[in-house]
Design a protein around this ligand. Sequence first.
Ligand code: ZN
Ligand code: ZN
Length: 331
Amino acid sequence: MRAVLITEPGQYGLETLPDPTPDVGDVIVAPDGCGICGTDLHIIAGEVPFTRYPIVPGHEFSGEIVAAGRGVDHVRVGDVVAVEPSLFCGHCPPCRTGRENLCLNFDSIGVGQQNGACAELVRVPGHKAFALPDAMRRGLGTLVEPVSCVVHGFDMLETRLGDNILIYGAGSIGLILAQIAVHHGAGSVSVVDTNAERLPRALKAGADQVATNADELDRPQGWEAVIDATGAVAAIEDAISRASHGGTVLLFGVAPDNVQARFSPFQVYNKELRIIGSMAIRHSFERALLLMARGVIDGDLLLTHRFKLDAYDEALETFRRGGGLKLTVVP
Ligand SMILES: [Zn+2]
Ligand SMILES: [Zn+2]
């Protein structure tokens, strides 16, 4: 099979690899497409501590099952599935207390030790493959992974009906957050992005107000929920200052692991703020599928570019330039 192979940080290209075969419990998926996200850039830069090279990248994918090993009975050859890429050990303390996404031995298809979906074929554990609901367009399958991360984010956020929600970042995650916030019964949804060119998309995603700076939004009482989808320290510091009394700040974007942010501990005390994080997916993959089958996510708004496997480099360059929202590699 043809596959993108990252042999070591900074080194990657199209290679011919042996076709994977299914072990007991595995299925082989022929990906329809595979989304690109910031994690892929971190893998290529050698910045993901648990990546084992060489690795085929690609963790946001769906496709058709073309082979199944013994012991797989909930999906079968011919099914079109989306695949939850996170892999958990099942025996560490977080796993044993139901917080598998925080597994001390966390691994992820296309990120850690298992080859991913920027390839004509990918082997995955059968129990990580979820058949797409009939009502869901096959072409949206690559979005299930990021949508399920957002669903977990909302689990962590515990918003109430009518809460006013402020989102930093109008990239693909910011727009998924905005669409789910609207569906979730937000009183209002506001989106801030320093790049004004991105703001019209946020309006299309259902935002009531958009701005390049939260000062323009004129809400001195603050927001009940503030979500950072940028990972940028300046945005995070601003986000914490915008929460209302009793408000919650969700850090969803991935900040570099060596940076520090400043906030006022007095404000956290005096306003009883909650500052929380959200990491990957937890029991949220099937719910993401149901939301997508109901049309909660506008795939046409998000899926802006498609690249062939041999144009992986061009796809990464386009992503680095900030061109488009969700870029898809089509094996
Ligand atoms: Zn991703
Ligand atoms: Zn574990």
